[in-house]
Ligand binder design. Sequence first.
Ligand code: AMP
Ligand code: ZN
Length: 111
Amino acid sequence: MSDCLFCKIVAGEVPSDRVYEDDQVVVFKDINPKAKVHLLVIPRIHLASLEDLQPQHDQLIAHMMRLLPRLAREQGLEGGFRTIVNTGRGGGQVIFHLHLHLLGGPDLRTF
Ligand code: AMP
Ligand code: ZN
């Protein structure tokens, strides 16, 4: 989608601090971190939100979810992490390209 910020990040047209990528997803640091570790996991394909998901995306979503513990470990989050998916304006979603927030660190309990 041409006017989507996260599609531009996938395409490399907008810079990001990438920590992981594969053929299905890109993972980068949130520009305004809410915790010591704050990553965004996004699909390479444009899906606006969870509302867009179809059965054909089941494997992609499973891949994104299964990636989270591995990313958390690689970030040194041995004690656990938090996953947030804001959906729709009423859910606090600002960027309409599906993304999983992965948060962790010592200050997490205060959020
Ligand atoms: P949400 O409210 O779930 O749509 O979250 C969007 C997130 O994207 C926020 O946490 C922002 O800080 C983050 N964000 C916005 N622009 C960028 C960017 N260029 N690079 C990295 N993260 C971004
Ligand atoms: Zn997009």
